[in-house]
Design a protein around this ligand. Structure first.
Ligand SMILES: Nc1nc2c(ncn2[C@@H]2O[C@H](COP(=O)(O)OP(=O)(O)OP(=O)(O)O)[C@@H](O)[C@H]2O)c(=O)[nH]1
Ligand SMILES: [Mg+2]
Length: 313
């Protein structure tokens, strides 16, 4: 793709690429984050039990780009408690404002891929069309591919998965967090596959002109964080910009938890991924005003929007 000078300048100005990792419990989200960074920063499970209880964001330089990976508990799982997940969705929102540059949807290569259908359904339902412009599908457990089989061949066998990958602009990758670390085979090799994944993230980044996915709710939270940063700067102390941002995010997180305490989990996730009604409700909660221009909230009470979204989860 030909890049104009303006776009090139913008791409250089973006200091890090915020990438949110989504997927079902145990699918290998934390392990994928470790594989991308080549470091064990995120705690992966040693058992069948769910391991990640809190959102964790880490930034590292990989192949010359700064990447922030935001590992999440399985937000879309139906068997997780609302009370446990809600603060973590709010944390994810404060960590990724003004919005993620990329979403990684993690699935597993498995014989009965139909088992992934429920999560694919939820993703298809709750991700707005706009979010898919920033999303890629990443398969873990690549070792389960048959001999000589590529991830493209595997995806072609299932209509649900094919449709999801199509929605993601054909961006689809495969790794194996356990078995592909030092393989001779070029394809079955995490270093090669991570490079391909990063190239894919770069392409999305360029296609979106270095901009991140955002919506009115994420913007409202970003405004709050910036106001908080300004307040902290005025108080005595010798904090670095990074420390100020971290503290501001922490303070806004605490405030948001009280403002959004009675919002349903589904509504929170939907606001993050762009469902217009949910976005509108959240803005009203956060700012105390009616939603920003463009959010379709005119006839909706907070309760009905939340119920609508919640009932579909
Ligand atoms: N064979 C194989 N095992 C994997 C792969 N990825 C993850 N695992 C194993 O699967 C288990 C779960 O991995 P995690 O990375 O903790 O999965 P997660 O999605 O973060 O799980 P939660 O945080 O509980 O939602 C661990 O025992 C990993 O070692 C993979 O690509 N291949
Ligand atoms: Mg995890």
């Amino acid at each position: 793709m030909e890049l104009t000078n303006d776009v090139e300048k913008k791409l250089k100005q973006v200091s890090d690429r915020r990438t949110v990792i989504f997927g079902k419990t145990g699918v290998g989200k934390s392990s994928l984050a470790n594989t991308i960074f080549g470091e064990k920063l995120f705690k992966a499970s040693h058992t069948l039990n769910s391991e990640t209880r809190e959102c964790q964001a880490e930034t590292r330089s990989v192949n010359g780009r700064n990447i922030t990976l935001i590992d999440t508990p399985a937000f879309l799982d139906t068997d997780k408690s609302e009370e446990e997940l809600k603060p973590e969705i709010v944390r994810c929102i404060t960590e990724c404002t003004p919005g993620p540059h990329a979403f990684l949807i993690v699935l597993k290569v498995e014989k009965f891929i139909e088992q992934e259908q429920d999560v694919i359904n939820k993703i298809s339902e709750y991700f707005s069309e706009e979010v898919f412009k920033y999303a890629s599908v990443v398969f873990t457990h690549g070792d389960q591919l048959l001999e000589g089989e590529t991830i493209k061949n595997f995806v072609d066998q299932n209509q649900f998965v094919t449709n999801l990958v199509k929605k993601c602009g054909g961006r689809c990758h495969v790794i194996d967090n356990k078995y592909w670390n030092n393989q001779q085979d070029e394809y079955r090799n995490n270093q090669f596959q991570v490079k391909e994944l990063l190239k894919s993230i770069d392409k999305t980044f360029e296609a979106n002109e270095g901009g991140c996915y955002t919506n009115e709710m994420l913007q409202a939270v970003e405004d709050k964080i910036q106001q908080e940063e300004a307040r902290i700067r005025k108080s005595p102390g010798n904090m670095s910009d990074e420390e100020i941002r971290k503290q501001a995010k922490g303070n806004v997180f605490t405030k948001l938890l009280t403002q959004l305490v009675d919002c349903a989990k589904g509504a929170l996730v939907s606001a993050l991924t762009g469902a217009r009604n949910a976005v509108g409700v959240m803005i009203r909660r956060i700012t105390g005003h009616d939603a920003a221009e463009g959010a379709d909230t005119t006839q909706i009470t907070a309760e009905t929007a939340e119920e609508a979204v919640e009932n579909s989860f």
